[in-house]
Design a protein. Structure first.
Length: 101
């Protein structure tokens, strides 16, 4: 399964998720507002798109309506106050992803 994790900058949440689940799934990460924002090819590659907040799902639909409508998109509702690789973030990711896949 190809999973694309998306957050705002692709520095903390989505980057941690990509690393955390890469041994189980094919993972990539992207940011909506980073220097190299998420692009159409990444969305087409993904079987599942995981955003960290509902606002990011809304922004994806605005930018890529056709691609997003053909994909399963889930929101983990993890706020942007964790640093990369922090134990609290890893615990949230594991807990929230365990019931979704």
């Amino acid at each position: 399964m190809n999973i694309l994790f998306i957050c705002n900058q692709n520095k903390n949440r989505s980057k941690t998720a990509e690393e955390l689940f890469k041994t189980t799934y094919n993972t990539k990460s992207a940011g909506l507002y980073s220097d190299e924002p998420v692009h159409r090819n990444q969305l087409e590659w993904a079987d599942l798109i995981v955003v960290m907040e509902d606002e990011q799902r809304i922004e994806l639909v605005k930018r890529f309506p056709e691609e997003v409508m053909r994909k399963r998109v889930i929101s983990l509702n993890i706020p942007d106050y964790f640093s990369y690789g922090s134990s609290g973030l890893i615990q949230q990711l594991r807990t929230k992803m365990s019931g979704l896949i």
